[in-house]
Design a protein around this ligand. Sequence first.
Ligand SMILES: NC(=O)c1ccc[n+]([C@@H]2O[C@H](COP(=O)([O-])OP(=O)(O)OC[C@H]3O[C@@H](n4cnc5c(N)ncnc54)[C@H](OP(=O)(O)O)[C@@H]3O)[C@@H](O)[C@H]2O)c1
Length: 201
Amino acid sequence: MKILLIGGHGTIGKRVAKAFAERGHDVVIAGRKSGAVQVDITSKVSIEAMYQSVGAVDACICTAGTGFYGPFDDMTAELMMPGILGKLLGQVNLVLEGQRYLNPGGSFTLTSGIAAEHPARNGTCVAMINGAVNSFVLGAAQEMTRERRINAVSPGLVEDSKERYGAFFPGYNLAPMEKVVNAYILSTEGAVNGKILKVYS
Ligand SMILES: NC(=O)c1ccc[n+]([C@@H]2O[C@H](COP(=O)([O-])OP(=O)(O)OC[C@H]3O[C@@H](n4cnc5c(N)ncnc54)[C@H](OP(=O)(O)O)[C@@H]3O)[C@@H](O)[C@H]2O)c1
C-alpha cells in the first residue's frame, strides 16, 4: 500500500512509520518541518498542496497535532485555536480534501487520545478536541463511499512519552508502543470502520 503518514517523525509517528515500512508498505512521511513532504495541517491550502504532490494513496494516517494544556482559569478561545485549527480541523480537512485522493478500499486513520474520556488536570481543551475527533469519525464513517473506511486511534500516555509528559499525568498507565502501533495497523490493513481504537494500557 502507498501510505501517507502525517507526523511520521513524531514520537508515535516514527514507530508507526517503521512498522509499516517493515510490513512492506510504501510510506510517505509528511510533517511541518520534517518528512519528505512539508505540510501545515492548520492550512487547507497546504493540505491540498500536499495531496497534489503525493497523488493517490491507499491510506492516510495522521499522528500530528496537539492542543492547549494549562490552568482552566487561563483558558481562552485564543489559546484553544491552534489546537482546534490543527488537531481538530486539520484532521477533518485531511479527510475532506483527501477523499479525492484516497483510492477505493482505502482508509483514513486519525489520532485522538485518552483525554476524550479521562482528561488530566489542565487538559480540558485537549479533551474537547479529542472528543470532537472521535465524533467526527463516527459520523464520517457512515458517509464513506467506494468501500473506504475511517477510524481513530485513541492512545493513552504512550511509553515513549513517559519522560516528556509523565509528570502531567499522575496515575495514568503507560500504553505500550507495540499495542499503539497495532491499532494503526488494524485500522489500515483490517476491515474495521467507524471505530475508536482505544489503547490506554
Ligand atoms: N504522546 C502521547 O502520549 C499521546 C497520548 C495520547 C494522544 N496523543 C496524540 O497523538 C498524536 C501524536 O502525538 P506525539 O506525542 O507523537 O506528537 P509529537 O511527538 O509532538 O509529534 C508530532 C508530529 O506531528 C507533526 N506536526 C505537528 N504539528 C503539525 C502541523 N500543524 N502540520 C503538520 N505536521 C505537524 C510534527 O512535525 P514537525 O516535527 O516537522 O513539526 C511531528 O512530526 C497527537 O495528536 C497527540 O495529541 C499522544
